[in-house]
Ligand binder design. Structure first.
Ligand code: ATP
Ligand code: ZN
Length: 286
């Protein structure tokens, strides 16, 4: 057992299924009962611990586990330093400032002196510090969206993937201040044999990730939204931009990871993109 890699995986939540899928797609076989707290792979030196995502960074740094799959947000919030070995690209979400529509938001400065509810005080504080903004954090562990209505906060900083939950609670997404997706983390001091197992896992993972489909998208966009759109598309190189007859508009094209496609699509539409055209890519070099 001593040389088997132990992976901490979220027991039940937004990361669970995709984490296991990712490992299965590497050709690693295992049986995980949904109630079990442990499992073992057959034919590959990998064991699993199923835990709450909040505990993953700690377990990995304490050596209870060797590697883990966790949201970058959870890792940054923990303040624990681990090796990020791969960005897995799924479970992507953003930490956004949201407030009632009547809240006049002109940027982080508008939060000066305000009460901001969040489950990510460390990440929020570091971003406010960067801008020299002083606000009062209101730390809650869930249902952040109700705090404004409940009268204990003026605005919130919460994880968003589509934005529907915010809208349902009468809040408007004002600004994205941080982006996250699932990352594969590892202890810094892995024993030699475990390092070999991890290397072999990564070889398989890289092959899978490279083979993943990408889509090519083309759309028209108000010129002044280009910077935001480039942020949304992310990854790869900078997008190709062509002028249009109408001076206020441009045409943008870029490859996008299929796994992130629908969230990118939604965000681009929210930015005012029109005539979004999606194409399959037949062949591609990095
Ligand atoms: P646990 O019971 O394991 O503590 P949890 O409720 O804290 O679970 P989930 O809601 O399953 O966590 O979310 C896990 C991760 O999924 C988040 O930390 C984040 O990285 C990612 N995520 C993706 N989209 C969203 C979203 N819309 N809201 C919250 N988290 C999201
Ligand atoms: Zn959690």
């Amino acid at each position: 057992m001593g040389n088997r890699l132990i992976a901490a995986i979220q027991k039940s939540g937004r990361l669970s299924e995709k984490s296991l899928e990712m490992i299965k797609s590497c050709g690693i076989d295992f049986y995980a009962d949904s109630r079990a707290l442990k499992a073992s792979a057959s034919g590959f030196p990998l064991d699993f611990l199923f835990v709450r995502d909040d505990d993953i960074p700690g377990y990995v740094s304490d050596g209870v586990a060797d590697i883990g799959i966790v949201g970058r947000n959870e890792l940054d919030e923990s303040g624990i330093e681990l090796e990020i070995v791969r960005d897995l690209g799924f479970a992507s979400c953003r930490l956004s400032i949201a407030a009632p529509p009547a809240f006049e938001y002109k940027g982080l400065e508008s939060l000066e002196g305000k009460r901001i509810a969040t489950s990510y005080p460390r990440i929020l504080q570091s971003i406010l510090n960067e801008k020299g903004v002083k606000a009062t954090p209101v730390v809650v562990s869930g249902s952040v969206e109700i705090t404004v209505d409940a009268g204990i906060a003026d605005a919130i900083a919460d994880l968003v993937s589509t934005g529907t939950t915010l809208k349902m609670n009468g809040l408007e997404e004002k600004e994205c201040i941080y982006r996250s997706s699932a990352v594969l983390v590892s202890r810094k001091d892995l024993e030699e044999e475990k390092k070999i197992a991890l290397r072999s896992l990564l070889e398989r993972l890289d092959a899978v990730m490279l083979a993943r489909h990408k889509k090519y998208i083309l759309f028209n966009l108000p010129k002044d939204r280009l910077e935001k759109a480039a942020e949304v598309i992310g990854g790869m190189k900078s997008p190709t931009v062509t002028p249009l007859m109408d001076e206020g508009w441009i045409s943008v094209q870029s490859a996008v990871d299929e796994g992130r496609f629908w969230s990118v699509f939604k965000e681009l539409k929210a930015l005012g993109a029109e005539g979004i055209l999606v194409m399959n890519i037949e062949k591609m070099t990095e």
